[in-house]
Write a protein that binds this ligand. Structure first.
Ligand code: ZN
Length: 668
């Protein structure tokens, strides 16, 4: 199971509960289109970094932007062509820019930027163009053909014949990543990790590559595309001299500059080993880099840069390129340090069976960070927490680094202030008041517990493969981490450690979690569709399971008031007990690799949607006029030089809008 990492999107919606009245003079909202709101985030205390730290952020940020086109291509093979064509039309079209068609095409282009391609970043479905094919044809023909991304020797007509069906034919490439049970997941997924091979061929290919019983396996397949050449299945590596060579060479160029201003020797080694990996594509070098990266705990500036998360590959092997540049929020990190200092206590006292516990929890480092730049698969949509590396043996032997990205959460919650969301969906004033007082606090704490402890807890029994749960591994792993957090949120230890102010605060999180899992997260699902995304599956799994199991005692109810359905929690203590029961069972499933039960749990509780509630939630939500998805624009960093050209400072500014930023990145 590799998808240990994290995108706890719950807080995207839950953030609506942590309302804060003032936004100051910082404009959080930048743009709005389709189902998306674009925000900016504030890089608090950037000005307090030293000049070298600022330069380090600057160079790593440049590296973070350079991988953007890699991700477009990974997501789907026609993405870059379509983006470049639409950008050329957007910039150069001389016709009526206020026409419905032009506006619809602009929205579509904004969606492409948000999804890093023609599929929705979350639902995985292909975007539906609301402009006509005739309009696009006229628009493309009106643009100088030298500005279009024509293939070698191709004329504009054959270009359009090749590209237009990808946009306009709904039957072509309908889904980026298909998770549906019982079909060939590779042939039915539109992403670009495999070409000309079947799922069976890929599975056979990696089976012969793996060494059963190897205690320290590399992450097979992580940085390559699988193709068939002359009838032979093989990998094309993403590295200098391989696929994406131009982009990777530019990334490496910035990394070399970063080494020169690194904070200490260990950080220099970290960046140096990443350069080695990009130059060789060697996965053992990647593991070496990951271990060094874990050891770098003293630097204030830190980063993720590389082929990291495997969510987009239905087989969970191929990683999309991503980057986050960040620096430690020293004050807030005291909270996560307290949690990791007590990691062993939490492991020992969890409700899981003793044989599945770690005797020694090690290396749970945790910190709160301020994001300074988002790139690749962390942009425009971004996680609020990260827990890396994903390699199971490295996590077991060296631990993991866990971060909470507080300035992103801050932007979410500030932008949500006054949306009316809580008033619409919460049962009574009690829940609303609790959410206002404790929502933000318990949300952050749940993220910390999920990241610092949840993913790192427990162990596999000897001989159990980390991939034993196959496609069900991801929601089960997320459920495990969430449940660990939920269970402990209500523990007296929280108040004892000073992490929560009183014994009732956790109820804010319990209520929001159930409301989200049973109802409000359905705002992200199209009518009639099932739930596919791992984190959403996990949340519905937990919420529906405790709802069902507590039904006879009415622990949690769905109650009607004036024709509207509400979640009502009648017994918070029993609810905690149910979270504990499910955690115990899910840890057993994970530790023993019980695929059958994992499948049954996920298929019973996590996938299917209650159609009546779904419709009701969508109707009520629509009236609130809140965008269900959010993305970000990055700040702009500028080098300040003196008369002799020496850099004296780096400044940060926030005046670039969504369109300007993407056109600038595309022109790089
Ligand atoms: Zn997670």
């Amino acid at each position: 199971m590799k998808k240990l990492t994290v995108i706890i999107m719950s807080s995207v919606l839950l953030a609506a509960c942590s309302q804060q009245p003032t936004t100051g003079d910082f404009q959080y909202e930048v743009d709005r289109f389709a189902d998306v709101q674009i925000l900016r985030y504030k890089v608090n205390n950037f000005e307090n970094l030293t000049l070298n730290q600022k330069l380090l952020v600057y160079y790593l940020s440049q590296a973070a932007i350079e991988g953007r086109d890699i991700l477009y291509d990974q997501n789907h093979k026609h993405n870059l062509t379509i983006r470049k064509m639409l950008e050329a039309v957007y910039v150069n079209y001389k016709g009526d820019r206020n026409s419905k068609d032009f506006e619809a095409m602009t929205t579509y282009l904004k969606q492409v930027w948000m999804g890093n391609g023609i599929h929705h970043h979350y639902s995985e479905d292909k975007f539906t163009p609301l402009y006509s094919e005739a309009f696009l044809k006229e628009a493309v023909l009106s643009v100088d053909s030298a500005l279009l991304p024509l293939a070698n020797g191709e004329d504009v007509n054959s270009f359009m014949a090749r590209v237009f069906p990808v946009i306009f034919d709904p039957a072509l490439y309908p889904k980026r990543t298909n998770q549906e049970d019982g079909v060939d997941l590779i042939l039915t997924s539109a992403n670009n990790f495999y070409e000309g091979v079947t799922q069976a061929e890929v599975e056979a290919f990696y089976k012969q590559m793996a060494h059963p019983g190897d205690p320290r396996p590399v992450s097979y397949g992580l940085n390559s595309k699988v193709v068939k050449i002359d009838g032979k299945v093989q990998e094309l590596k993403w590295k200098v001299g391989g696929m994406y060579s131009d982009e990777i060479i530019r990334i490496v160029g910035w990394l070399h500059k970063a080494v020169e201003v690194a904070e200490n020797d260990i950080q220099k080694k970290v960046i140096g080993s990443l350069i080695d990996y990009y130059e060789t594509g060697d996965l053992a070098t990647y593991d070496k880099y990951s271990i060094l990266w874990l050891q770098d705990v003293n630097s204030q500036v830190d980063f993720v840069n590389g082929f990291t998360e495997t969510y987009t590959d239905p087989l969970g092997m191929k990683a999309t390129w991503e980057s986050i540049v960040n620096f430690k929020d020293v004050e807030a990190t005291k909270r996560t340090t307290l949690i990791s200092d007590n990691a062993q206590w939490f492991e020992d006292n969890s409700p899981t069976d003793k044989q599945f516990k770690k005797e020694e929890v090690r290396g749970v480092t945790a910190k709160v960070i301020t994001a300074a730049m988002l790139g690749g698969d962390c942009y425009p949509a971004t996680p609020i927490g990260i827990n890396l590396p994903n390699s199971n043996w490295i996590r077991a032997e060296h631990g993991s680094k866990s971060v909470t990205i507080e300035n992103i959460t801050e932007a979410y919650s500030k932008a949500s202030a006054g949306s009316g969301f809580m008033e619409e969906f919460m049962w009574s004033e009690t829940e609303i008041e609790r959410a206002k007082s404790y929502g933000s606090l318990t949300d952050n704490l749940h993220t910390d517990l999920h990241e610092c402890l949840g993913h790192g807890s427990g162990k596999l029994l000897p001989g159990v493969s980390p991939d034993a749960l196959k496609a069900y591994g991801s929601p089960i792993e997320e459920a495990r981490a969430d449940l660990f957090g939920l269970y402990y949120m209500a523990d007296p230890k929280m108040v004892e450690l000073g992490l929560l102010p009183d014994k009732d605060a956790y109820k804010a999180q319990y209520y929001s979690y159930l409301m989200n899992g049973l109802m409000t997260q359905l705002t992200r699902i199209q009518p009639g569709k099932n739930i596919e995304q791992a984190h959403m599956r996990n949340r519905q799994l937990i919420a529906s399971w405790v709802y069902e199991k507590g039904k006879s005692e009415k622990v949690v109810e769905l109650r009607k008031k004036e024709g509207k359905t509400y979640v009502v929690v009648n017994n918070y203590e029993k609810l905690r007990g149910l979270f504990g029961d499910l955690l115990r069972e899910i840890q057993r499933i994970k530790s023993t690799g019980d695929l059958e039960t994992a499948k049954q749990l996920v298929e019973t509780y996590a996938v299917k949607v209650n159609q009546d509630i779904h419709k009701e939630v969508l109707d009520r939500y629509a009236k609130l006029n809140i965008a269900p998805y959010r993305g970000f624009v990055n700040p702009v960093y500028t080098l300040v030089k003196d008369n002799s050209g020496v850099v004296t400072d780096v400044t940060v500014s926030y005046d670039e809008n969504y369109v300007e930023q993407h056109l600038r990145y595309s022109g790089m």
